[in-house]
Design a protein around this ligand. Sequence first.
Ligand SMILES: [Zn+2]
Length: 224
Amino acid sequence: MSLVRIPRLLGIVNAFLVDEDDGLTLIDTTVRLGGPKAILAAAGKQGRPIVRIALTHAHEDHIGGLDGLVAELPGVEVLISTRDAKLLAKDTTPEPGEPADAKFRGGFSGAKTQPTRLLEPGDRVGSLEVVAAPGHTPGQIAFMDTRDRTLIAGDAYSTLGGVATTAKPNPRFPMPALATWHRPTALATARALRALEPTRLAVGHGRTIENPGAAMDAAIAKAS
Ligand SMILES: [Zn+2]
């Protein structure tokens, strides 16, 4: 598969373009200021339209560009998990069964845009399979490319300052862990994603890692 990383803010936050038969799937939108312009330029370079936007979770640095992009892309599909759609609408009431010690952290600016389709684990988005990845937010999802097992993990892992889970702050880049809703759940997710044996790990913060198994194992061990 062709995966194009679009780094913003000096590489601190990423969006991704995934090639599909009918056009491009954009994963996440980075930030409001400058994000849409950079993303549209990257899609333009590929000469193909963005036909859908799929969001890993509702944090501001992932959904900030959404409204601006939707204004430029009439008819684009907008996909997010059912759980994080509530956060996209700025509704932070807990759901029954969620851990009592969980707490919303990080920025939830919300968006005016309403999703056109709500995702559940097991759903398909083009070639991507939706994988549950709760913990960083309650409804975070990851995307596994069924063509080559590239895993787009949102903030379940970060690679800036070294591969890390969000279950324990990485001293060299603590932000994703500090913005995490429930760390024990994030650790369980890190293990579950590792067990999927991805061939490539693409994340919201940091560069993409090839053959990430050993690095993911080390990150899990650090947080355990
Ligand atoms: Zn996040």
